[in-house]
Design a protein around this ligand. Sequence first.
Ligand code: NAD
Ligand code: UFG
Length: 338
Amino acid sequence: MAILVTGGAGYIGSHTVLALLERGEDVVVLDNLVNASEESLHRVAQLTGKTAAFYPGDIRDSECLARVFGEHQITSVIHFAGLKAVGESVQKPLEYYQNNVAGTLVLLEAMRQAGVHQFIFSSSATVYGEHSPVPYQESMPIGGTTSPYGTSKWMVEQVLQDFAKADPLFSIIALRYFNPVGAHESGLMGEDPGGVPNNLLPYIAQVAIGQREQLSVFGGDYPTKDGTGVRDYIHVMDVAQGHLAAMDHLKQIAGFKAYNLGSGIGYSVLEMVQAFEKASGVTIAYQILPRRAGDLPAFWADAELAKQELGWQVQRGLDVMMRDTWNWQRKNPRGYRS
Ligand code: NAD
Ligand code: UFG
């Protein structure tokens, strides 16, 4: 009896693999390493004393999937694999639809053939699009996405709903993450963006360590508390725990359900800078630039449904997110290449 984790060598996937192994689950990882290093899985083994079976392969490769399902008694699949850079998705839409949408179809077909019916999908707050009022609630209509990346997540959710309706054996949960940040408390695992980070906290951490001169704050004139963008940041280990709660819930439901994984609290960019400075003791140089294309002013989760139905809520506040990010960055200035 094992859980297949696609994209399990990546940022959120590796932290979830760790949490699964710590709970005593058998784990099989499939990852093509397009945005990850196998070193993340070595760190998981170091921390847990347990090893996940690893297949360096692609979710679009049906023969590879048949081998994985043939060689292990898989009972459920947690599907992280995909491309995630919003800006890049505008430049390379076909790659995003191929990996995120077509790849998921190949995976679902392989599951159907193998008789595996429990599925958790990494969705995103971006599916609420640009017109939804905050806080975002799961009952709101989704769509109106502003990038191929966001549209790919929205499309997969539509496919999953139709698929679950057509085949009542399937239980499917889409987890809509808000803004995952932070690292494992050991400082041995964390987020390892290749090149210039797109996301706020990895960028702040690289400024703190001296790899980047200053942070560019995208927009100082939003209608928010201090003019900068507001988001709902959530510790990656809380995200990992959310998957364990969703796994348990899958066994009790049929069909498709979506849940927000967020804290319900919004912090501005400048609040994030201040909190990081407090945790690290390092001053972060920044300049305020024009808004970044495609960014929304402010959004955060209504976190009630996950609390009521999954019995899950965040356990780690902003201080812990900052402490763990700084700890990881200091100990691994070049990420997993250190
Ligand atoms: P990540 O890039 O670190 O992890 C994704 C993993 O999937 C990587 O290890 C990559 O090598 C692998 N992968 C990509 N395409 C693949 C393919 N075709 N076959 C096999 N493996 C493949 O990203 P992450 O931050 O851990 O995100 C995990 C999931 O959560 C993604 O689906 C992402 O879109 C979603 N998500 C992330 C965030 C975020 O802010 N990090 C927010 C919302 C949703
Ligand atoms: N920001 C800066 N400077 C930077 C990077 C970001 O000011 O160098 C600002 C952004 O303008 C935004 C906030 O910091 O106001 C957060 O930006 P991120 O890029 O960290 O995160 P986003 O909210 O833009 O996007 C993230 C993921 C998406 C996902 C979305 C919702 O990258 O994949 O959260 O879950 F869709």
